[in-house]
Design a protein around this ligand. Structure first.
Ligand code: ARG
Length: 487
């Protein structure tokens, strides 16, 4: 390893700013014919992408196999050459998966590294691998293959979290807690209703991934550097070989666009934001002040100094990591802005935000699912909080409405009673009992557990509509699940 080079182990040697030694590499670059001198160490250190795009190796191998078959079909290589290159790609796969692949200093990205090794292994035939191909269509193909696979992993993780929310909703039965607006107690809602609210939002996240997949599922292979080729290559053939739904229609667009990555990043960002909202609720729910839930020891952390602490770090990081994922999206959007057609090296900057967001969202989905699956709901605390008398205020107003009182008037009557109760003039129940237009019948609405049963409309928070909703969710979840596992 030469001075100033990235050593590909995630560590960087200090680059001496005054050391402008050129051609520090022993090996040839992909463009050595046109250049008299080799690349400067500073250039390689700044422009390499191997340190992060090496995870694309399986996709580069698969993409290269399809390209080789395309070359053979076009009679640009013979069968012996084809088999020699395919054999070398098999060897690369063995070395990569076994961790024995040896990188050299001139491997600026995963594509360079694999082609170099294929050429070492297959000799003259290996030199034909890159025929009619550019790293521009090659890397775009690799990222699309990777995205198709990883988006499905995210979809399965979403389904995993939805399943936990569903299971816990079934288990929750008729347990209720306060529903909030403005984070002020509003009306009681079933715990199942609350949990499923997040389940439906996650369903939309999954639907978005499904929609995005249609735009990801297009092969750019055959676009070459930007304009296609003089050689008789067939983009539709390689697209089919790779399992893409279609091939590109415009080569400039194929290598010169990243909107599918921005879109996937938005999908991931929206998931991260939804997870952060769940996280924030659990941070609140696990406080001594709320006390609605307790975390399993395996999904909580302690304090290094305060012996009594049990901290909801998963929930907090679900909240915190959403910030960086938003940064991943906005960073890529800023990178894309103003880029002329077609490929620009700026596009190499698509990968780190995409990989980071994918990793964080995948991990977050798994961690939250485990945390929620294993937590204990303190249903007494939830219900006691929901049973505060004022939670039934709307029911009292609606009781009057049914008896012909205009809602504006009934709202004022009940509002005045709540004000009196808060001023210490008696319990709301007593004030209602004594009120000439309400009385003992109306006062039964203030009893614990009654209010939540009054929410009977479709999609509402009471036991009857929630039973229907659970069945609707069960059906929807089966659909999301089957999409997430299909090839
Ligand atoms: N590592 C590069 C990327 O990810 C590969 C493409 C480089 N192409 C080029 N013409 N320099 O974008």
């Amino acid at each position: 390893m030469t001075t100033g080079m990235h050593n590909h182990n995630g560590q960087h040697d200090d680059l001496d700013a005054n050391n402008h030694d050129h051609n520090l590499l022993g090996e040839q670059t992909l463009w050595h014919g046109r250049f008299e001198g080799g690349p400067a160490a500073e250039l390689m250190a700044f422009t390499e992408s191997l340190s992060f795009d090496r995870r694309l190796w399986p996709d580069d191998v698969v993409g290269s196999r399809a390209h080789v078959r395309g070359l053979a079909k076009a009679l640009l290589i013979n069968e012996i050459e084809r088999d020699a290159i395919l054999g070398a790609l098999d060897q690369v796969e063995t070395e990569m998966s076994g961790g024995t692949f040896v990188y050299v200093a001139s491997d600026e990205d995963i594509h360079t590294a694999i082609e170099r090794r294929v050429t070492e292994l297959a000799g003259h035939a290996g030199g034909k691998l890159h025929t009619g191909r550019s790293r521009n269509d090659q890397s775009a193909t690799g990222v699309r293959l990777w995205l198709k696979r990883e988006l499905k992993v995210i979809a399965r993780r979403i389904v995993g979290l939805q399943q936990v929310l569903f299971d816990r909703s079934i288990e929750a039965g008729d347990t209720y807690l306060p529903g909030y607006t403005h984070l002020q107690r509003a009306q009681p809602v079933l715990l199942a209703h609350h949990l499923l609210a997040h389940g439906w939002a996650l369903g939309r996240d999954l639907d978005r991934i499904r929609d995005t997949m249609a735009r990801v599922d297009v092969s750019p292979l055959g676009a070459g550097a930007l304009a296609g080729s003089s050689l008789p290559l067939d983009p539709a053939f390689t697209a089919a070989e790779l399992g893409f739904a279609s091939a590109f229609r415009n080569s400039l667009d194929a290598v010169g666009s990243r909107d599918h990555i921005a879109e996937a990043l938005f999908d991931l960002t929206m998931i991260a934001i939804n997870l952060s909202r769940i996280g924030e609720e659990w941070v609140l729910w696990t406080t001594e002040e709320f006390g609605f839930a307790s975390l399993d020891d395996g999904y909580a952390t302690g304090s290094s100094m305060l012996p009594q602490k049990k901290n909801p770090d998963i929930a907090e990081l679900a909240r915190g990591k959403a910030g960086r994922v938003i940064g991943d999206l906005t960073g890529l959007l800023a990178t894309m802005k103003g880029l002329p057609l077609s490929y620009n090296r700026d596009y190499q900057e698509d990968k780190e935000p995409l990989f980071d967001a994918m990793d964080q969202v995948r991990l977050g989905l798994g961690a939250l699912a485990g945390m929620i699956a294993t937590a204990t709901f303190n249903t007494d605390r939830m219900q006691a909080a929901a049973d505060s008398e004022t939670g039934s205020a709307t029911d009292l107003a609606e009781w009057l409405v049914v008896r012909g009182v205009p809602f504006r008037e009934s709202h004022a009557i009940v509002g005045a009673l709540v004000r009196s109760a808060l001023a210490g003039e008696g319990s709301l129940r007593q004030l209602v009992t004594d009120h000439p237009r309400l009385g003992p019948d109306a006062a039964t609405l203030v009893s614990p557990g009654v209010s939540v049963t009054r929410r009977t409309t479709a999609g509402g928070a009471g036991p009857s509509p929630v039973r229907t909703q659970l069945e609707e969710f069960r059906t929807a979840l089966a659909g999301w699940t089957s999409w997430s596992v299909e090839e």
